[in-house]
Write a protein that binds this ligand. Structure first.
Ligand code: SF4
Length: 282
């Protein structure tokens, strides 16, 4: 069986930066390191960080002694302020690409523009972006949200950085059709584009795709959706233990990709497990 590993599989720049920032603090022997929310959507990496003493802060207590790292998704500006007011040393590991979307919203808010964010409601990045828009923002996840939308003019549309390109094009066109006169900023991260495009290409070359990533990772789930939309059999798994070798018997070529929070060592484990279970090789 041939295995083709996607070039774009695994940690993206923003996630690598956040993990490296955290590990650098651990290596410096810093005491009381917290991440504000789970650093990345990968339980195996979180377990390692926990073993190194990195704790997860889910709320802001009145007093914090230590360092709090803001993860790649970013936070609403009010949360950052509250962390500092509670006494934390705040290290902002928001991905530069998310910072760019926050900056667009901030700039247009100063011009009294409303912002429509096309993305998943309740996703941490979207909540952070919404915090920059204040009362002048709304989230659109699907067509139903557009029916309930009331948009003042002027307004801008931005996207969650991990949004699927086709979904963004469809929903932004629908918003514009209902409310002409908006400005559209496609702020999907090119790491997401490239990863999804590579899956589309790979689907023509392989009999099935394996997507490796945390169950709560939105971008991992989307990679699975992309393969599905290409009618390619797809297996979305978190670890090698979830592989079902009997399903792979008739495949000659398998494509492997992984979400932006999946470490290289996990991808390697999955590839090794596919090889070990391969009954087609001598
Ligand atoms: S997917 Fe893109 S925007 Fe999101 S953290 Fe990674 S590099 Fe940054």
């Amino acid at each position: 069986m041939k295995i083709i590993l996607a070039e774009t599989a695994g940690f993206c720049m923003g996630v690598r930066r956040a993990v490296d920032t955290t590990m650098a603090l651990v290596e410096d022997g810093e005491a009381n390191i917290y991440t504000f929310g789970p650093l990345i959507h990968n339980p195996q990496v979180l377990e390692i960080l926990e073993g190194q003493g990195v704790k997860i802060l889910t709320d802001i207590p009145p007093r914090i002694e230590g360092t709090v790292i803001i993860r790649a998704h970013g936070v609403p500006p009010s949360r950052k302020r509250e962390l500092a007011e509670a006494g934390a040393v705040v290290i902002d590991a928001t991905c530069p690409r998310v910072l760019k979307v926050q900056a667009i919203i901030k700039k247009f808010l100063e011009q009294n523009c409303f912002t429509v964010i096309i993305g998943d409601k309740n996703h941490a990045e979207v909540n952070g972006l919404l915090g920059y828009a204040g009362k002048q923002g709304a989230v659109v996840t699907d067509e139903k949200d557009i029916e309930n939308l009331k948009l003042p003019e002027p307004y801008v549309i931005v996207s969650q950085t991990t949004q699927d390109n086709n979904v963004f094009d469809r929903l932004s066109a629908a918003v514009m059709a209902h409310f002409p006169g908006g400005r559209v900023f496609n702020t999907i991260c090119d790491s997401t584009h490239k990863r999804q495009d590579e899956v589309r290409k790979l689907c023509h070359e392989v009999d099935a795709m394996v997507v490796v990533g945390g169950r709560n990772s939105a971008n991992t789930a989307r990679l699975g959706d992309v393969a599905n939309s290409m009618s390619c059999p797809v297996y979305v798994i978190e670890t090698e233990d979830e592989l079902e070798p009997e399903k792979f018997i008739n495949y000659k070529t398998i494509g492997v990709t992984a979400g932006a929070s999946t470490p290289t060592w996990m991808i390697e484990r999955v590839i090794n497990a596919i090889r070990q279970n391969d009954t087609t090789s001598p």
